[in-house]
Design a protein around this ligand. Structure first.
Ligand code: IPE
Ligand code: IPE
Ligand code: MG
Length: 246
């Protein structure tokens, strides 16, 4: 019998497929993105119900700036309006909101909305929702490297202090458990420059379901799949079984 993984502490999600969903339904891409926001809202509620601890969702990649200007503007406007309409509810449900990514690239209005939501919810403890906006996994590692170089130049640390643990502390999500489960909707089996360093031992779940069709039942299927994984971290199955029964 396989030893089973317990409930994931940290789930990361690549919410992909809004555009194709819209096309299949004869709608505009804008309608697809709006439907995507609704799905996220439902899943957050579900995650609270399941007592999950941390969700980290990819909302806008650094590469997404390359989309047509109109779509980029639409997405940025949607982030502002969604934040304004949802933050009160998130706060009332004891959810902490946190943004990761190069957020200084955004308009003053969006930045203000983001920092207001972060400070309003900063002491909440039920679930943390990290939203990756203008995020890139390579940027994350690059920024960690620069910070280490700065610390060395300022003689706060020496080369001997530089190890994996120190690098971890310099990355986005340093304060959270390592991601246990990655879910990508929309059929693509790639990472699209999402968390790279952090997913060294994450279980990867890919589904063809387009994000606006991803409902709580499908989320539960992903969780079921996860609980059947045997996470070995380099060890043998026998070692894992032995420890489990010890
Ligand atoms: C994901 O859906 C949302 C963002 C990237 C912002 P897409 O817009 O990538 O949808 P597809 O992949 O074109 O269907
Ligand atoms: C990844 O989706 C980014 C987000 C979900 C925000 P994309 O649709 O942009 O990824 P690629 O371009 O297909 O790799
Ligand atoms: Mg896509």
């Amino acid at each position: 019998m396989n030893s089973k993984s317990s409930k994931p502490k940290h789930i990361i999600i690549i919410m992909d497929g809004n555009g194709r969903w819209a096309e299949q339904n004869g709608l505009t891409r804008s309608a697809g993105h709006k439907a995507g926001v609704k799905v996220l809202r439902n899943l957050i509620e579900h995650a609270v119900h399941l007592e999950l601890k941390t969700l980290t969702v990819y909302a806008f990649s650094r590469e997404n700036w390359q989309r047509p200007k109109k779509e980029v503007e639409l997405l940025l406007d949607l982030f502002i309006s969604s934040l304004e309409s949802e933050v009160k509810d998130l706060h009332e449900n004891n959810i902490k909101l946190n943004f990761i990514g190069e957020t200084d690239k955004f308009s003053e209005k969006l930045k203000k909305s983001m920092s207001k939501s972060e400070s309003l919810t900063s002491n909440n403890s039920k679930l943390t929702l990290n939203v990756a906006l203008n995020y890139s996994g390579r940027w994350d590692v690059y920024k960690a490297l620069l910070s280490i170089i700065d610390d060395m130049t300022a003689k706060k640390i020496t080369k001997n202090d530089v190890d994996e643990e120190l690098i971890n502390t310099k990355l986005s999500l340093a304060d959270y458990d390592e991601p246990d489960l990655l879910i990508r909707t929309g059929g693509e089996k790639r990472l699209s420059n999402y968390l790279l360093w952090q997913i060294a031992y994450t279980e990867l779940y890919f589904t063809n379901t387009l994000w606006p069709d991803f409902n709580t039942d499908q989320f539960d299927l992903a969780l079921d799949w996860y609980t059947k994984r045997q996470r070995r971290f380099g060890k043998t199955s026998e070692q894992i079984e032995k420890n489990k029964n010890a």
